[in-house]
Write a protein of this length. Structure first.
Lengths: 242, 420
């Protein structure tokens, strides 16, 4: 099974001491998990103040500053791992140094995630087409009428195909509902596991897509063209780059 | 209405076999709903057939075979349904694997292995909500109906049905493995299972009267499940510890509540109303567990309960021993509540000042800020020392924080006693 690990800063930015540990230990974790063949890719996002949230209502695009959830917790990055089951995913997450100071949400992908050539390059941190952008699709969990839901699924696929045809699509896939989420924290050597997403907000992430070869304006425009922008909302944020 | 022998046989088979059948079917099919439905079908079939055909020699094997056959029928129907829709690609590949899985399911139904340990560890997985763990354990292992569990937890049946559905869905969707955890996870996960059982017990034990009596059945279910756990993990002393603890507490169930619903504290209970069989069993379990010399929190709590349950009178209680056990418990489970209990034991062992000193240390602890028992205990020790004015003040503070009418009545009585 493939899982998305959301690295969640739940106490604001880490202290300088914690940051030093993170900087020392994160590369070790990456090396170990790549070596085990568990980690498929992962990148750090830019700070939350670089995010905008996009909605389309009555044909009008509304852009607001900041991440989708107005909480002190924010998503700092993510990793994609492939594991035998949730126990292995939790073990991998517990070894990630971010879980020692912050929290990691473990969410299964829906079946069928594909990581092509562009995703591999993204995983290696090569950004020949400039800074990649992350689109996080935020749902409110209220199902629309069946025909509307079907239309969203159909139009989402068409949107993805269009991005791919234009050479902008790095990868993207829906994750399972937040009811399938598990959050893990390690404190004083003890692993704390809890049912549910990292923050109990009304909205939750239903999928992620990574685009490259776009600037901020284009990323916002493309997010607005996604069918979910009209019913829910899309957070747009660049990945961190040196 | 009296039950016929066949009905009684079905009832007793239900208690013995339900968990085993559900566990085995989940093991074979990976489908929790299917497993429950087929187990239900098998017992319904037994209710129809046994009064006519007689009770089979091995009711468990009979039920397992019927449930297994029912599972195969249902899976076949699903495959056929899928074929009728002529779904292309992945779905048809899926139905082939289902078809392949069937003969195995059928062949082995007679000599089925005990999968209940896999079932309970999966039900009590830490990635599930705590309330979901308790509910699913009661449903799938103990065989309580959704309506019964809903009544026990004082929620509408629809709420409980949703909770169960959501918990089962999480197991499947999030990829929680159906297994006994590997060695490196086993101690922590075993503690997790025992915590669920003890929570279940306490839900029932805290029920004292009237409308709440239905919840008392939870105690018996928790004890029954702890017994099953002990059969499955005979070498784990903490499992014996939790069973002993439950039995020793449960032995006092009839003596701890007065006719008017008021709580009766341990020292004032009528010891003739204690359940001697449960005490004997509990004491035996504590001794056997402690001899293994792998002391854990449940064994220590059971040993403390044994110190109270063993003697014939409250005067014969060995408070020095109890204080020592609390000191050990505090080392394994550092908590202000354990320390507060140690303070009581130290005081009862003869050193009231030392007990009060421990309570004074605890006074600044933010975790006990709204805990009425801190002041109630302080008041009690001051009263025993003869410090009536200080005791009255402490009872007053405790009264302001007491959570329920039962406790307030008790404290008011004490306050009156030291104020006159």
């Amino acid at each position: 099974m493939k899982y998305l690990l959301f690295i969640c800063a739940d106490d604001g930015l880490p202290s300088p001491e914690d940051l030093a540990v993170l900087q020392r230990e994160c590369p070790r974790w990456v090396e170990e998990m790549n070596g085990r063949g568990v980690r498929l890719l992962g990148r750090e996002l830019d700070l939350p103040e670089t995010a905008v949230t996009v909605r389309v209502r009555n044909g009008e695009t509304l852009v607001s500053d900041g991440p989708f959830a107005d909480t002190k917790e924010f998503i700092a990055g993510f990793d994609i791992i492939e594991c035998a089951d949730l126990d292995e995913a939790l073990e991998v997450a517990a070894k990630h140094p971010s879980s020692w100071f912050q929290a990691i949400e473990v969410r299964p992908f829906r079946d069928g995630l594909e990581l092509g050539e562009k995703a591999q390059r993204f995983a290696r941190g090569e950004d020949p087409d400039g800074t990649p952008y992350c689109l996080m699709f935020c749902l409110d969990g209220i199902p629309a009428a069946p025909d509307v839901e079907q239309a969203i699924v159909r139009d989402s696929r068409a949107w993805g195909k269009d991005m791919d045809a234009r050479g902008l699509f790095v990868f993207g896939h829906p994750v399972e509902h937040k009811n399938a989420a598990t959050t893990i924290r390690v404190r004083d050597g003890e692993t704390l596991i809890s049912d549910g997403p990292f923050a109990e907000t009304h909205e939750f992430i239903g999928g992620v897509t990574v685009l490259d070869g776009v600037d901020r304006e284009q990323a916002i425009e493309l997010a607005a063209a996604h069918p979910l922008a009209a019913h829910h909302m899309v957070e747009v944020r660049p990945f961190y780059s040196e | 209405m009296t039950a016929t022998p066949a009905q009684r046989a079905v009832d007793s088979a239900f208690r013995e076999e339900w968990g085993r059948i559900v566990a085995a079917l989940i093991g074979r099919t990976g489908d929790w709903d299917l497993a429950e439905e087929c187990a239900q079908d098998a017992f319904a079939e037994a209710l129809r057939r046994w009064p006519v055909d007689g009770v089979p020699q091995r009711p468990g094997a009979w039920l397992t075979t019927v449930a297994g056959n029912r599972a195969i029928d249902r899976l076949r129907r699903r495959v056929r349904g899928a074929e009728l829709f002529e779904q292309a690609g992945r779905e048809s590949a899926q139905s082939e694997t289902d078809e392949e899985a069937m003969p195995e399911l059928f062949d082995e139904t007679d000599e089925i292995q005990d999968d209940r340990l896999r079932l309970i560890f999966t039900c009590c997985h830490p990635a599930l909500s705590l309330e979901g763990r308790v509910a699913l354990t009661l449903r799938s292992l103990a065989g309580l109906t959704t309506a019964e569990i809903a009544r026990a937890f004082l929620v509408p049946e629809a709420t409980m049905a949703k909770r169960l559905t959501r918990t089962k869905a999480k197991i499947t969707v999030a990829g929680i493995p159906y297994r006994v955890p590997p060695a490196h996870l086993l101690p922590e996960r075993t503690a997790g299972v025992l915590a669920v059982l003890y929570l279940m017990f306490n839900e029932g034990y805290s029920a004292t009267s009237g409308t709440e009596l239905i919840r008392a059945g939870l105690c018996e279910e928790a004890i029954r499940l702890a017994r099953i756990m002990r059969t499955l993990m005979p070498d784990e002393p903490e499992v014996s510890g939790v069973l002993a603890l439950m039995l020793l507490q449960h032995s006092r169930r009839d003596a701890r509540v007065a006719r008017d619903g008021a709580l009766i504290t341990l020292e004032h209970q009528d010891r003739d109303r204690w359940d001697r069989d449960e005490i004997r069993e509990g004491l035996g379990l504590v001794d056997a567990a402690l001899r293994r010399r792998q002391v854990g929190p449940y064994q220590l709590q059971a040993a403390i309960a044994a110190c109270h349950a063993g003697p014939d009178s409250v005067e014969a209680t060995d408070w020095v021993e109890i204080a020592g056990l609390y000191a050990l418990l505090e080392r394994q489970m550092p908590s202000p509540v354990v320390r507060l209990n140690r303070a009581v034991a130290v005081a009862m062992a003869g050193d009231i000042d030392a007990g009060l000193a421990i309570i004074d240390e605890l006074t600044g602890d933010a975790r006990l800020e709204r805990y009425y028992l801190l002041d109630a205990t302080r008041a009690d020790l001051l009263r025993r020392r003869g410090d009536r004015a200080a005791a009255a003040a402490a009872y007053g503070r405790a009264l302001a924080l007491a959570p329920s009418e039962v406790e307030r009545r008790y404290l008011e009585g004490r306050l009156e006693e030291v104020s006159t």
